[in-house]
Design a protein around this ligand. Structure first.
Ligand code: K7E
Ligand code: CUA
Length: 662
């Protein structure tokens, strides 16, 4: 009765804010009080307590902020080209964006996962998903660079990704959109969704030592939309939980047609069982696929792309004990597992309560076959049999839940724009604070580990409206930090973000800051076009290709005058930064290049390709203000008419006027 009333209320609200715009909470302008500024203040020269890794959403990048100051420390280019850093523009990084569709220079990144050992962050890598052209990337947390990108076959809208297991055995990806088979047999009418469209859950193994990813296996399920997922931990280690929507299996006007069922499902997957089935040879090998696997090598400073063609598939409905559905109200978005692994929290976008499931009860229900039937051949556990309890009247439109490490959960509410703290054991609401506005994900440092650090919760908001100075039709999106050390959550800071901040994770700075790389040792540089000293600087012609072996050091390039190059030549500037000093990058740009710049780190080699379009003399220069004589850090390259008799020469400091009267 109550439930029904609240569902109606939630739906009514959803309809009023038909695009899920939120209402403006009361007291929006004066919500900061007391000693708030003190709590977010990190004095100049002092370090933040946490690194906060925040997905860039439709920017395709990963941003790193300090907490609690909200300082932007770095934007790491991942799926989108970044001319500022030459990412996707330098010859060395182009292969990182290779896919089966060709070079894809952009994507939409939602979820960040820090690698874990024993359910705690180990500070080695960050993983992030590409939604649009399904991929998972791995970022090295010593270099803050993307070092690997794996494309996922049989997948579309890689949203419930790249969630990882307790020991980073796997990074796991559920397809948001179910799709028909790849290739010509996928040429089917769209309204045959129920019959021909399938969901795929990809389990990507991660090498413990070097982090290398490999598509270990995929589980194929009936066609639905997979939204989010989380690994079990502790008592539920070995299981994975995926939220689903569109269990109506609609293929048109999903806004209406996929919101009909009172409950959708959480899919519980026993991945240890999947491993047994694979060992027993129950996997089907799928061949004839094409998906890219791109790796960046820190020794050669170069990426390579390789295409794979096979995968092993387990069919969910054919393998007993592999998958179970648990009913969950109402178009669930987040599914989150508490630090013990016992409680699984579902968040229905259109629901006005929060169901909390018990892993123990789920196991009993399976043993006792407490099923209410099946969905596409997979048993559906009875709601009551899996349910620990419901949080009543928490707010409208729960999306995501994190844990504070003190026995409480905090849930974000999109429609009612608030964070709500509740107790995991008695399911009572303890506190609520308004957010500005429409929070998506929220993040407690360590909030998805076995031992959350607590201390803060950050809300990542979808709508900014009047919170910052207006900047035209588009405003920066925003994050808000709340102190949660006391009983009441207290807003201490707003800060703008890059792109759209979806999900984020934070690790204590002292766990990784000393591992941060300062330079690439020049003697270890194995780039095929490295120049290890100015004496080796040179220009070599191979047919119409010209390779310039260029060094940069404060405050000159060697060589700085180049002649004997002709229109029609392709020029490759291989720039080696021979500095061995921290924070001493040099940039490189040449007039008229249809390219990004290069930003070359100490000890590294990067290559800019330039095909001149006209005859003349063209300057090149360092773009990064590196010294008092940075403005002097320049050179010239002369492009001559083919057939003119200009010998190939290059020099530094010797090409002086022959005749002083000139
Ligand atoms: Cu809720 Cu894509 Cu995780 Cu955004 S998702 S909010
Ligand atoms: Cu090198 Cu400026």
């Amino acid at each position: 009765m109550k439930l029904k009333k609240y569902l109606i209320m939630a739906l009514a609200t959803a309809t009023v804010f038909s695009s899920f715009q939120a209402c403006r909470p009361k007291g929006a302008s004066d919500a900061v009080s007391g000693n708030a500024a003190e709590k977010a203040y990190v004095a100049p020269g002092k370090y933040d307590e946490f690194y906060n890794f925040v997905s860039g959403g439709f920017s395709g990048q990963l941003a790193v902020y300090g907490l609690p100051s909200g300082r932007l420390l770095r934007v790491i280019p991942v799926f989108s080209v970044d001319p500022e850093k030459g990412w996707g523009y330098s010859e060395e990084t182009k292969a990182m964006l290779e896919t089966s569709h060709g070079n894809v220079p952009w994507d939409d990144s939602h979820h960040v996962q820090l690698s874990k050992t024993d359910g705690l962050y180990d500070g080695k890598w960050a993983f992030i998903n590409a939604n649009n052209t399904p991929r998972i990337a791995r970022i090295d947390l010593t270099t803050y660079r993307t070092v690997e990108i794996l494309e996922l076959p049989n997948s579309a809208g890689n949203h419930s990704s790249p969630f990882i297991t307790e020991n980073t055995e796997y990074t796991v990806a559920g397809t948001r959109f179910s799709v028909p088979a790849e290739g010509e047999s996928g040429d089917v009418p769209i309204n045959t969704y129920k019959k021909n469209f399938r969901g795929t859950l990809s389990f990507v193994s991660v090498n413990k030592d070097n982090g290398n990813m490999d598509l270990a296996f995929q589980i194929e399920t009936p066609g639905v939309n997979y939204d989010l997922s989380r690994a079990g931990k502790g008592v539920s280690h070995g299981w994975f939980f995926f939220s689903t929507y569109n269990t109506e299996q609609a293929n048109t006007l999903l806004e209406v047609n996929a919101s009909k069922n009172d409950k959708d499902f959480i899919l519980a997957v026993n991945w240890k069982k999947a491993e047994e089935y694979l060992k027993a040879g129950k996997g089907k090998k799928l061949t004839g696929l094409k998906y890219a696997h791109n790796k960046y090598d820190e020794k050669t400073h170069t990426s390579k792309s390789e295409f794979k063609t096979e995968t092993v598939v387990l069919t969910a409905e054919e393998l007993e004990g592999l998958c179970y559905y648990i009913p969950c109200p109402k178009s669930p978005h987040g599914v989150d597992v508490d630090p013990t692994g016992e409680y699984i929290v579902g968040s229905g976008k259109l629901a006005a309560l929060i169901p909390v499931f018990s892993f123990d009860k789920i196991q009993k229900a399976i043993e006792e076959k407490q099923f209410e039937g099946d969905f596409g051949g997979i048993p559906v556990i009875k709601y009551e049999a899996a349910l620990y309890g419901e949080v009543e009247k928490p707010g409208l439109g729960p999306l995501h839940t994190e844990f504070d490490g003190k026995g409480n959960a905090i849930t974000s509410f999109f429609v009612s724009s608030e964070l709500v703290k509740w107790n995991i054991k008695d399911l009572k609401v303890l506190d609520r604070v308004p957010t500005y506005y429409s929070t998506g994900h929220l993040m407690v440092p360590g909030g998805d580990t076995k031992a959350p650090y607590g201390k803060y919760v950050v809300a990542y908001n979808k709508i900014t409206k009047d919170r910052f100075l207006p900047t035209g039709p588009e405003l920066s999106q925003s994050a808000q930090i709340f102190d949660i050390s006391g009983d009441k959550m207290q807003l201490i800071l707003d800060f703008p973000t890059i792109g759209e901040p979806h999900h984020a994770q934070a690790i204590r700075a002292d766990e990784i800051k000393d591992k941060s790389l300062k330079i690439y040792p020049l003697e270890e540089n194995q780039h095929p076009y490295v120049t290890k000293g100015e004496k080796e600087a040179r220009v070599e012609r191979k047919g119409n290709q010209v390779h310039v072996y260029l060094t940069s050091i404060r405050s000159h390039f060697a060589p700085d005058n180049i002649e004997g190059i002709f229109l029609g030549d392709e020029i490759y500037f291989h720039v080696t930064n021979i500095e061995q000093d921290w924070d001493m990058p040099h940039g490189f740009a040449v007039k008229g290049a249809n390219n990004g710049e290069l930003l070359v780190m100490p000890g590294e080699t990067q290559t800019l390709k330039w095909v001149p379009d006209r005859i003349g003399v063209f300057p090149f220069y360092c773009t990064d203000f590196c010294s008092a004589l940075h403005q002097e850090m320049q050179g010239y390259i002369r492009i001559s008419k083919p057939g003119n008799n200009v010998p190939l020469t290059y020099s530094l400091g010797t090409n002086i006027p022959e005749d002083s009267t000139n």
